[in-house]
Ligand binder design. Structure first.
Ligand SMILES: [Zn+2]
Length: 608
């Protein structure tokens, strides 16, 4: 299917928080401190309130924060201004910007983006534009990178109902790099490939790993449709399914608008009635519960609307669901529509009574919703506005991805009205050294790494998985060691020791060993036995271990002295000689060096 899509990736960095020195850790234990707040929409720089903010304000609920002391302080609680920006996070953002061939700004200005769903204690998210205009290559396709922002992650949502939203402050303030692509002309298969390739790319940097550490939003429009932002892909393996469903939903809606969009004129004269009386003897538990809790069972009739609410948009979604999801987001109550009845305990007889009450005929339809009495007018307005906008065009909105690969209305798309300048932070002038340092990452990618360093996929993946790629690159540069040796000692040997002894050994021990290998003091085969003994605390340093255990690499002369008697004993085959040598001196020789000595000795012998 032909699509126009854009990605927005949010990547958590593996550093401390962006504006304080708290560690970026998620804490899973009971609350220490609880903070209660309530939010109001404030005007943006343009003098207008943001549509999203106004929407959230309409919900008027309390927000409760759990504040674990291990991973939050007064900054997260918004009781103290932000501290100076985390330089390490900025450095990583600059590295990524360079790797994505972007134009980088040398001044960074933090803005406040109004968000009052409670996910930020301050009522805004701090975000700064770092770079623009880059590119990212997937196979032979160039993906345009529009913007790169450095921003703070939001608080972790623990749950919410109509009256209270609950969050934890541990995630708030974790540095995020937000990368937004230009619109890409693509299809659902390729879209998935791009997402996967981008995932591999980010792991070349110091970023967090695991579920929730890269979050991606996809905005999508089909021809004639509108921009819809899909948020919260849990699993990119099903991304293609979600995209296809959304494209289908937009297509079907466009068809409906074309065929029956004129019906929106009927919305000017709708009939509504309280149904508490006439449905007082229904078998529907849902309605009885509503009546008992003194709510209004509201019926709204729609002339000539038969079939509209039951109209299928995509697998699992009907026109009615679109109205229902919208109302749920606003009031916590969904709708029941006549196209799906009888159901939910509502009988044919109930349907007949409702139709009579609302004065409806064969071609008409009705909705039932159960709300607080005082919400009646607002609910009717919301329902009518929703139907009107659905019958006019595909509504531009943010939709949450559901587990069944469909999506539901989440909120309107925020605009520029939600941005204003962060006055608690100075303009950050990026230091020349930092810019220069990050420039080394120009064109950095898995492909460039492989070709530049002769790395194969296995070694690269292993180093990435073990989060040792930075270190390996550094050691390769400083020690002039090949990646196979580095990978063996830094990843394989450390893992071997950890599994064998169930002891964790500091990576400094491995670095120590690599230095000795680079100096020619030991061979890489000697690394595991030395690391083992260091893990057992027998020795404090590689140096001490090498001296005491006698694992020093043999000099060429010594190697000759060991090999000569083996040859004299009648062994001429190189492999046989190596096996005997190993039995005699263990890992104290380099294979290639030994072969060269054997060949020289054999040659000499031949000459004699
Ligand atoms: Zn903090």
């Amino acid at each position: 299917m032909k699509l126009k899509c854009g990605f927005e990736w949010h990547v958590q960095l593996d550093t401390n928080k962006l504006f304080c020195s708290c560690p970026s850790l998620l804490i899973d234990k009971d609350k220490d401190i609880e903070i209660k707040r309530r939010f109001k929409a404030s005007l943006g720089e343009s003098g207008k309130a943001d549509i999203t903010a106004s929407f959230e304000e309409g919900k008027a609920r309390d927000v409760i924060y759990e504040a674990p002391v291990e991973a939050s302080c007064l900054v997260e609680a918004d009781e103290e201004p932000p501290h100076e920006i985390n330089k390490e996070a900025l450095k990583i953002a600059l590295e990524m910007s360079n790797a994505l061939n972007c134009k980088i700004f040398d001044e960074i200005i933090f803005m406040r983006k109004v968000i009052i769903d409670g996910s930020n204690t301050s009522g805004f998210q701090r975000t700064a534009l770092i770079a623009i205009d880059g590119s990212f290559k997937v196979k032979d396709k160039n993906i345009g990178i529009a913007t790169i922002n450095l921003e703070e992650d939001s608080a972790r949502r623990l749950g919410s109902n109509l009256n209270v939203a609950k969050f934890k402050l541990d995630r708030l303030g974790i540095p995020l790099v937000e990368i937004a692509t230009e619109l890409i002309e693509t299809d659902e298969e390729e879209l998935k490939e791009i997402a996967e390739e981008f995932g591999r790319f980010t792991r070349l940097f110091k970023v967090k790993r695991g579920i929730g550490t890269i979050r991606q939003d996809v905005n999508l429009s089909i021809e004639g449709g509108s921009r819809v932002e899909l948020k919260g892909f849990q699993d990119i393996r099903h991304m293609d399914r979600v995209i296809v469903n959304e494209a289908e939903r937009q297509k079907s809606l466009l068809k409906l608008i074309n065929d029956r969009g004129y019906l929106s004129q009927n919305l000017n004269s709708i009939n509504n009635k309280g149904l508490n009386q006439i449905l007082s003897s229904t078998k529907s538990e849902l309605i009885i519960r509503g009546i008992k809790s003194d709510k209004l069972v509201l019926g709204i009739g729609f002339k000539n609307f038969k079939g509209i609410f039951g109209y299928k948009l995509c697998e699992g979604k009907r026109f009615g669901s679109e109205v229902s999801d919208y109302l749920k987001a606003l009031f916590g109550a969904g709708i029941i529509h006549s196209d799906e009845l009888p159901a939910y305990g509502i009988s044919l007889d109930d349907v007949r009574k409702v139709k009579e009450e609302l004065n409806l005929g064969e071609d008409d339809a009705f909705l039932i919703t159960i709300i607080k009495k005082e919400e009646k007018e607002r609910a009717i307005d919301s329902i009518l506005n929703r139907i009107r906008s659905l019958l006019a065009s595909v509504p531009t909105e943010v939709r949450a991805v559901n587990e069944d690969n469909t999506s539901s209305f989440l909120r309107p798309i925020g605009g520029k009205d939600r941005m204003y300048i962060e006055t608690d932070l100075p303009i950050v002038e990026v230091e020349k050294d930092l810019l220069k340092e990050a420039e080394k990452f120009k064109g950095f990618s898995t492909e460039s790494l492989k070709s530049k360093y002769g790395l194969n996929d296995d070694t690269l993946n292993l180093l990435i998985k073990a989060k040792k790629l930075d270190l390996a690159l550094k050691l390769n540069l400083e020690l002039k060691l090949d990646f196979n040796t580095i990978k063996k000692v830094l990843v394989e040997d450390l893992t071997y020791v950890r599994h064998k002894l169930s002891l964790d050994l500091d990576e400094n021990a491995a670095i120590d060993i690599l230095k000795q290998i680079a100096d020619g003091t030991i061979t890489k085969e000697a690394s595991a036995p030395i690391l083992e003994r260091m893990a057992l605390n027998e020795f404090k340093s590689a140096d001490e271990a090498i001296k005491k255990v006698n694992l020093r690499k043999l000099y060429k002369d010594e190697l000759k002295k060991e090999i000569l008697p083996i040859i004299k004993s009648g062994k001429l085959n190189e492999n046989d000689i190596i096996i005997s040598l190993k039995q005699k001196v263990g890992p104290r020789f380099d294979y290639n060096e030994a072969i060269s000595v054997i060949q020289t000795l054999n040659g000499k012998k031949g000459n004699n």
